[in-house]
Design a protein around this ligand. Structure first.
Ligand SMILES: Nc1ncnc2c1ncn2[C@@H]1O[C@H](COP(=O)(O)OP(=O)(O)OP(=O)(O)O)[C@@H](O)[C@H]1O
Ligand SMILES: [Mg+2]
Length: 258
């Protein structure tokens, strides 16, 4: 890109810096919804953060702003040293494709498309790789998430947990700086939830990925380092996690990922 946004010097280890962020929705009825109501938050590179809070407290809105899927009404958001509030829509799209990996609850996979092609998809938008390079990259990532040999299965021939692993592989394909996951285990049973959280833990520990994950489940939050709790569009708690769940991670070491 000709005018690639420059990283500010001295941005250091902070991958996300948010100050006084507001997001107000103006609805048809005259009542404005203050979904985010003056939030400030800094997240360091390599942190593994859980976002919790009651339904309607602003978690998804916040994730959408973090991922440049939605613009804040006011406040500043600096991602990896780049001030998001000063970017054009094209620049935001470029950053979305290159720095951010998304994982959603409903997987968002194309149903008639193989696991391999689903993972390759963001590479087409990003450009720059030849088709065999895209294929190799997608294959490598499916191996990392424990799906070697399932590359040609369409989502309806994969379990819910396997589909979520395809979605995670897809989120990693452009080597993002951060992974944003909105209730990634919301549709999964306990075993698949533990598998997915083991995988996230490993990606965080071994690849140093910054992961921000929304969950309603305290057992899921236990895998993370830090828990940020929203209520009515504000952060009401921001605490280090005491008891770190690591058993699932060690188990996964042997049986899921090469
Ligand atoms: N596009 C929109 N237009 C108007 N109001 C919205 C819109 N999206 C969200 N809201 C409102 O903003 C508030 C926060 O919604 P949000 O989806 O961020 O909550 P949440 O914490 O993710 O909830 P849940 O746990 O149920 O997913 C809610 O009151 C919701 O009704
Ligand atoms: Mg939500």
């Amino acid at each position: 890109m000709a005018n690639k946004p420059k990283r500010k010097k001295g941005s250091g280890d902070d991958v996300i810096v948010i100050k006084d962020l507001y997001k107000t929705y103006n609805t048809d009825s005259d009542i404005a919804v203050h979904a985010i109501n003056g939030v400030s938050l800094t997240i360091k590179r390599g942190e593994f953060v859980a976002i919790m809070g009651p339904s309607g407290s602003g978690k998804s809105t916040f994730m959408n702003v973090l991922g440049f899927l939605d613009s804040p009404t006011a406040g500043t958001y600096i991602l990896d040293g780049v001030d998001g509030t000063r970017l054009s829509e094209n620049e935001k799209a470029e950053i979305r494709n290159s720095k951010i990996g998304f994982v959603f609850q409903g997987f968002n996979l194309l149903s008639r498309t193989s696991a391999l092609e689903n993972v390759e998809l963001p590479l087409y938008y990003h450009g720059g790789l030849r088709s065999h390079e895209m294929r190799d990259k997608a294959k490598e990532l499916l191996g990392i998430v424990g799906l070697a040999g399932r590359e040609h299965h369409t989502p309806n021939r994969l379990s819910g947990g396997e589909q979520q692993r395809v979605a995670i592989a897809r989120s990693l394909v452009n080597n993002p700086a951060i992974i944003l996951a909105d209730e990634p285990t919301g549709n999964l049973d306990t075993k698949n939830t533990n598998d997915i959280m083991g995988l996230f833990t490993r990606l965080n520990k071994e690849k140093g990925l910054t992961i921000i994950l929304v969950t309603h489940e305290p057992e899921v939050a236990e895998y993370t380092d830090r828990c940020v709790v929203f209520r009515d569009g504000n952060i009401v708690k921001d605490a280090k996690m005491k008891k770190k769940k690591s058993i699932g991670y060690q188990k996964k070491d042997q049986d899921m990922i090469k």
